[in-house]
Design a protein around this ligand. Structure first.
Ligand code: NI
Length: 250
């Protein structure tokens, strides 16, 4: 089953979200998880999940949005997480590439999100940029699993997270010519540890790189993974679908 486990089909990213969702469904995507990154986008993800049977929601505060977050916002996310089609806490994480200046605040918000995930017994969808050791220790401390979204680390790092129970999220970057590192990761980790994602509207795969992304571009990611692993597209779609459904209530 073709599943986009991480996208942002939200009105802050597109002029017409409904049209984008319909385009994704027509493109053969059976289920998609729309990830919020702040309170407003999380609310919208929940609303869209009520409207379309193919749409599920992840709610959370991302590392780039921590500066203006209040305690009320944290409890709003906690309340939203009770909604029936919320299947994960995400997108959450740490981003020391974007800025290290608010590192303590990023960690504080991440911990509050992990606490919600643990209490609700929900998996997490994690953004990590240049913060691997910190992320690893908090995920381990809170004993949660989920997806390492837009994975960009080494084979060794991928295996650390797989051991912790995480799927490795593979998106459009794998189709880029110069993306040797992520191609190596895909070759060297088991297919049962991979989930597919587009991160729409970002990271559009080749041959559409540079244009606005839509989950209907997932097949380009599927083909590249199949090519790297020497298997069929159908194998990739089937196993990654099973992987995501074993971790998330879809
Ligand atoms: Ni994202």
């Amino acid at each position: 089953m073709l599943i986009d486990a991480h996208c942002h089909l939200l009105s802050s990213c597109y002029d017409n979200v409904e049209k984008e969702i319909e385009k994704a469904i027509q493109g053969g995507v059976k289920k998609l998880i729309i990830n919020g990154f702040d309170v407003e986008s999380s609310k919208e993800a929940v609303e869209l999940s009520k409207k379309y049977k193919e749409v599920y929601a992840a709610v959370g505060i991302g590392p780039e949005n921590v500066d203006t977050i209040s305690d009320v916002d944290i409890s709003t996310i906690s309340n939203l997480s009770l909604s029936k089609k919320v299947v994960a806490i995400g997108e959450i994480g740490l981003d020391y590439y974007w800025t290290k200046e608010n590192k303590d605040l990023q960690i504080k918000i991440l911990k509050s999100m992990l606490k919600i995930a643990k209490n609700r017994k929900l998996p997490v969808i994690v953004h990590n940029r240049e913060a691997t050791d910190d992320i690893y220790s908090y995920l381990k401390e809170y004993n949660v699993t989920g997806i390492m979204h837009c994975f960009s680390g080494s084979v060794e790092t991928a295996n650390r997270f797989i051991k912790l129970g995480f799927l490795i999220g593979i998106g459009g970057v794998v189709t880029f010519k110069n993306a040797k590192k992520i191609k190596d990761v895909v070759k060297n980790i088991p297919l049962r540890a991979i989930s597919l994602e587009t991160d729409s509207p970002y990271l559009t795969p080749e041959p559409y790189r540079g244009k606005k992304n839509n989950p209907d571009k997932l097949p380009f990611i599927v083909s590249e993974i199949a090519k790297l692993k020497g298997i069929t597209n159908a194998d990739v779609i089937k196993q990654t679908g099973t992987n995501v459904r074993s971790k998330f209530d879809l």
